[in-house]
Write a protein that binds this ligand. Sequence first.
Ligand code: HMG
Ligand code: MG
Length: 293
Amino acid sequence: MRIWITEVAPRDGLQNVKERIPTDRKVAFVDMLSETGVDEIEVTAFVHPKWVPQMADAQDVLRRIKRNPKVIYSAIVPNEKGLERALETDLDKIAVLTAATDTFNLKNINTDIEGSFQRLIPVVRKAKTEGLKVRGYVSVAFWCPYEGKVPPQRVKDMVLRLFDVGVDEVSLGDTIGRASPSDVKDLLEIILKDIPPDKIVLHFHATYGMAIANVICAWKEFGIYRFDTSAGGLGGCPYAPGASGNAATEDVAFALRESGADVRVDIKRVIESAESLGLPLESAISRVPRENL
Ligand code: HMG
Ligand code: MG
C-alpha cells in the first residue's frame, strides 16, 4: 500500500508560532504544499481565536488557497460553533477533537472525555449530512503531559466509540512526542485486533527523537501506511507543555522511501515550502545538501 501523507504544518505547525504569520504567507505556503504530492492538507482550525490566535484567519485562508483536485483539504472543528464557521468555506473534510485523559481535554478544549464526546457527536452528524469526511483525533494516545502513561485499552475503547459515532478514520496523537516503538506496539496490537489498519492514522511529534522509529515500526510491523507529518518539522500543541514539532514530512518521506515504501512526496519541494515561511526548521533532512537527497 502506498504511503498516505496528511500534511499538518499549516495547522499544527503554525498554531504554536508566537509571531503573527500574515494570511498571504499562509496561503502561499498551502499552495506550495499542494504541489508536493501530499494526499491531504490540514489547512487550519476553527477553534476559538482567543485560545489559538494564529488560527483566527481560518476562513480567509481556506477561501484564498488554490485547490489541487488531487488533494483533500481539511480543518479542525472542535464544536458546533466551529462547524458553522467551517461550513461557510469549501472543505472536503473536518477533524473533531478528543484526548485520552480528562486533564488534557480540560486544558485543550475545556471539557473532559465525556464532555468531548457530547460535543463532537452533533458535529460529526451534521458534517456527514453535509457530505464531509470526518476524522477523529485522540490526542495523548500514548503519554499525557499531566497524567503520564495512558492505558492502551482506554484508547481502544475511545477509538471504537468514535467509529460508532460515525467518523471515517481516527488519528492517534503522540502529542508530547514521548512514545517509543514499544508503546506503539502495545497500542497497535490491541487496536488492530478489531480495526483495519487503513482506518488508523498515526500522528507523532518528535520531542524525544523517536518519531521516525515509530513510523517505521508502525509501517513494517503493523501495515499502517497513513501518517500525519509537518513540513520542516514545525508544530506543537500550545496546551501540551514542552512538546516540539511533528515528525517532519521530509524526514518521514526519506526514511520510508529508503526502507522500500512507495512514497509519492517530492522531498525537495516539501523543504522549499517550509523554507518559504522564514522560520527555523526542525527537520534533519532539511540540513542535508540537496544534491545528496
Ligand atoms: P469554550 O470557552 O469552552 O467555548 O471553548 P464555549 O462553548 O463555552 O463558548 C464560549 C464563547 O466562545 C462563546 O462566545 C462562543 O460563541 C465562542 P460568547 O457567547 O461568549 O460571545 N466560541 C467560538 N468562537 C469561535 N470559534 C469557535 C468557538 N467556540 C466557542 N469554534 C473551545 C471551547 C473548543 C472553542 C476552545 O477550548 C478552543 O478553541 N480550544 C482550542 C484547542 C486547540 O486548538 N488546541 C490545539 C489543537 S489540538 C492539537 O494540537 C493536537 C493534535 O495535533 C493531535 C496531537 O498532537 O495529539 C490535533
Ligand atoms: Mg499534534
